[in-house]
Design a protein around this ligand. Structure first.
Ligand SMILES: Cc1cc2nc3c(=O)[nH]c(=O)nc-3n(C[C@H](O)[C@H](O)[C@H](O)COP(=O)(O)OP(=O)(O)OC[C@H]3O[C@@H](n4cnc5c(N)ncnc54)[C@H](O)[C@@H]3O)c2cc1C
Length: 416
């Protein structure tokens, strides 16, 4: 292992961005990653299907201002230039054009109402902006849950209003995880090296404990999710200040899990790559990614409590729910063509423990508090600390750069 000036905990988007930025400042980083892979929640499975399947992040959000989209352009990395066809459907068919428009408009108005509350400084449950008796209210609640991972009753209106989500999402067809891995090439990264303790007031800086022994550095950047931080698997010495600890607990993880299923023969006709949102009452937060990149593949994305419970019930249950939904839409014969599948349960990933951090009502400012340096040597980064791109890969990326900049400056590591 090289002798680092800054230790980075986690080789997800935030950790990779921090390491790249430190290198560009000629500061020596070392990334310690608990799992056996690079990318954290941006990880592609390249072997199960004939194309990359993103177990976690898949879309460039806000592509026009997304630094990862710019890097993809520079590297000529493959991503779709046009968004997916989006539609609402019932159990057996897409909604009529008129109904779909009415639904989309109602959902948009609902999101605007939530954002307006936040813009007025109201840090309350997003639920308070939903007119429960209104037509399509269930769809609004389900879409909120699909995005945030928690129900509107558990999500903050102020936090939501700060989120920047411009233009249509673009699928990273080459695999968002593959992109992050490419960007990590050449960086000093130790995989399968969980950090169990951090002494952030050590004599000459910080000392982190790993199964391979202690590692000392001038500063440490922690990018583990709030789910991991709240679990206590990393012991801080001295204990974290109350404000930091409270911020971690005010940003619990939401839930979003996936089940991908391929078919041995064409079952979707000439459907273009699409994202469908079933709206049948009671309208669970379920999205259907159909024929991504034109392949005979369907991905069910199950969010919130519904997604947590379904994934906990196991792969067979996830498969059944997805197959039933698809059979209603495309005919029961497709069941006979079902082939390889992959179930992803992020709640059960010990080094992640959920989807993304959701600010509780009243706690929108917890993100900034978590992003503040602790003492002079301990820095937090990651999607949970992003104020306007929270929950996004590029939010994590930018937070890693900010933490690296702060660590290098605060510890006097920047060479003139
Ligand atoms: C199902 C799903 C779909 C998503 N879809 C999108 C999308 O389409 N677009 C988008 O922009 N975002 C999406 N996201 C969110 C996006 O994946 C995350 O916001 C982003 O990847 C988080 O990056 P991070 O670096 O903050 O954290 P992570 O990716 O969690 O990285 C932290 C790393 O720290 C490691 N670690 C934890 N504890 C320790 C320890 N003690 N020692 C050493 N290492 C440790 C972990 O193993 C992990 O690799 C999705 C997420 C999920 C789960």
């Amino acid at each position: 292992m090289c002798s680092p000036e800054v230790v980075i905990i986690g080789a997800g988007a935030a950790g990779i961005a921090a390491a790249r930025h430190l290198k560009s400042l000629r500061v020596q980083p070392l990334v310690l990653e608990a799992s056996a892979h690079i990318g954290g929640r941006a990880v592609s499975d390249n072997s199960s299907f004939g194309q990359p399947f993103d177990r976690g992040a898949h879309w460039f959000h806000s592509p026009a201002e997304n630094p990862l989209r710019e890097l993809a352009d520079q590297m000529q990395f493959e991503y779709a230039r046009t968004p997916l066809a989006e539609d609402y459907c019932r159990a057996s068919a897409p909604l009529s054009a008129a109904e779909a428009l009415s639904c989309a408009e109602a959902v948009e108005r609902g999101f605007d109402r939530i954002a307006e509350r936040g813009a007025r400084g109201l840090d309350v449950a997003a639920e308070s902006a939903i007119e429960r008796d209104a037509r399509w209210a269930n769809v609004l609640a389900a879409e909120f849950t699909a995005k945030q991972g928690v129900s509107p009753a558990q999500g903050s209106s102020l936090d939501y209003s700060r989120y920047v989500w411009r233009d249509a999402d673009l699928p990273v067809t080459g695999g968002y995880g593959n992109l992050i891995s490419r960007l990590a090439q050449g960086l000093p990264i130790e995989l399968a090296t969980p950090v169990t303790a951090i002494d952030w007031r050590a004599a000459n800086g910080v000392t982190v404990q790993t199964a391979r022994g202690p590692i000392s550095a001038r500063a440490v950047i922690v990018t583990a999710s709030t789910g991991v931080l709240a679990s206590g698997v990393i012991r801080f010495s001295p204990a974290l200040p109350f404000a930091t600890e409270a911020a971690i607990h005010a940003l619990p993880m939401g839930h979003s899990n996936k089940f991908a299923l391929s078919f041995t023969q064409p079952v979707f006709g000439d459907l273009p790559p699409s994202l469908w949102f079933p709206v049948d009452a009671p309208c669970a937060p379920l999205e259907l990614l159909l024929r991504p990149a034109g392949a005979e593949l369907a991905v069910g994305i199950f969010s919130g409590e519904f997604g947590r419970e379904l994934a906990a019930a196991g792969a067979a249950t996830m498969r059944e729910v997805l197959l039933e939904q698809l059979a209603g839409l495309f005919g029961h014969e497709l069941k006979r063509a079902a082939a390889a599948s992959v179930a992803v349960n992020w709640d059960a990933e010990p080094w992640v423990r959920g989807y993304v951090a959701a600010a509780q009502p009243g706690a929108a400012d917890a993100r900034q508090r978590l992003a503040e340096p602790v003492g002079e040597r301990l820095f937090f980064a990651g999607e949970a600390t992003s104020r306007c791109y929270m929950g996004d890969v590029h939010g994590a990326w930018l937070s890693g750069i900010a933490a690296a900049e702060a660590a290098a400056a605060q510890c006097g590591l920047i060479q003139s």
